[in-house]
Design a binder for this molecule. Structure first.
Ligand code: FMN
Length: 325
């Protein structure tokens, strides 16, 4: 079973719009990851070169072990966007057929494509035919419990030239509710000869092992688990595949890493938007650190970079918590 570009170790970062932006993908990749996937890029957004779109793809362009994800509902624009993105140096194109958001499914893209497999296949064929680089697919188990059609779609996608399939073990109508059904991914694994990657609710080596065992998949993809723990993929890869152990930052080193990420987010988005985007990440870092409420509030209500830079180190340092109380 060969992964496109021989991706290794098979522990991958999931695309998460608004979260796995360039600074965050870079941080995860620095610790170690078999693959990082860009945030979803709507094909129309790329074709019209909406400001900020190229940045969504970066690190997917020209860097081994990265992939650029595209979404859309029409074969022509999807193929054209894929061709342009490949021309910019992307190594892998991933087709989004899993996004459950109403904004996306009402436009008949993302997971809505599962309801119209013939149309989805035309779109896949158009993208595969447009580029020389590997094309992969990310999807769910089906639209709802009455339409669990990931396996027949995967079979047809494989015949159309798709080289790897990631399955989030939920249906579209589940959104993020309940828990991922890793065992149900096995139907897809049994149906195709290309690598299948299991996704959904994997948060540590134990859940990764369980997902691999129950699904029979060849790799795992992890999204929300990295929030506050950008080393998680490297840690799981070490525990399961014996890759070098990441140095998990502790104490002052953890604070330095968070400050570095914060700085990168502000640089990437500019101060105004950066403050807002960074708040999510700071919240997750404080979850990881076990920051008490008062210190947490000081960070999350800070109105300027200067205020944040004063509150943050104290919020991440247990020895400062009594003082902050
Ligand atoms: C905020 C957020 C944004 C997401 N954006 C995308 C996206 O752009 N493309 C995509 O295929 N999946 C997207 N997903 C789904 C994730 O890639 C993943 O399939 C899902 O979160 C389940 O994995 P997890 O339990 O490891 O997070 C998103 C998920 C979240 C929470």
């Amino acid at each position: 079973m060969t992964f496109p570009l021989n991706l290794s170790p098979p522990v991958f970062l999931a695309p998460m719009a608004g979260i796995t932006d360039l600074p965050t993908r870079s941080l995860v990749a620095r610790f170690g990851a078999g693959l990082v996937v860009s945030e979803m890029i709507a094909s129309g957004e790329w074709l019209t070169q909406r400001p900020g779109t190229r940045e969504k793809a970066e690190l997917g362009l020209g860097v081994e072990g990265t992939s650029v994800q595209i979404a859309g509902r029409e074969a022509g624009p999807m193929a054209e966007a894929a061709r342009m993105i490949a021309g910019q140096g992307a190594r892998i194109i991933d087709i989004n057929m899993g996004c459950p958001a109403k904004k996306v499914t009402q436009g008949a893209s993302g997971s809505a494509l599962m309801k119209t497999p013939d149309h989805a296949l035309r779109l896949i064929e158009a993208v595969v035919g447009a580029v020389d680089i590997p094309v992969t697919l990310k999807t769910r188990l089906g639209w709802d419990d009455d339409m669990l059609n990931a396996a027949p779609i995967a079979t047809r996608a494989e015949a159309a030239g798709i080289q790897m399939i990631t399955i989030h073990g939920r249906t579209r109508c589940q959104f993020y509710k309940g828990s991922a059904d890793w065992a149900a991914i096995r139907n897809v694994v049994d149906a195709v000869d290309i690598p299948v990657v299991a996704n959904g609710d994997i948060v540590d080596a134990a859940t990764a092992r369980k997902a691999l065992a129950q699904s029979g998949a060849q790799g795992v993809m992890i999204g929300r688990g990295i929030q506050g723990r950008p080393w998680l993929l490297a840690q799981i890869a070490h525990e399961i595949y014996g890759t070098p152990a990441p140095r998990i930052p502790q104490g002052a080193e953890f604070t330095d890493m968070v400050l570095g990420h914060y700085d990168a987010l502000l640089g990437f988005y500019g101060t105004k938007l950066g403050l807002r985007v960074a708040r999510k990440h700071l919240g997750w870092y404080m979850d990881h650190a076990g920051t008490p409420d008062n210190a947490r509030r000081a960070v999350l209500t800070a109105q300027s970079v200067e205020e944040t830079l004063i509150a943050l180190p104290a919020a991440l340092d247990p020895s400062a918590w009594d003082v902050a109380a």
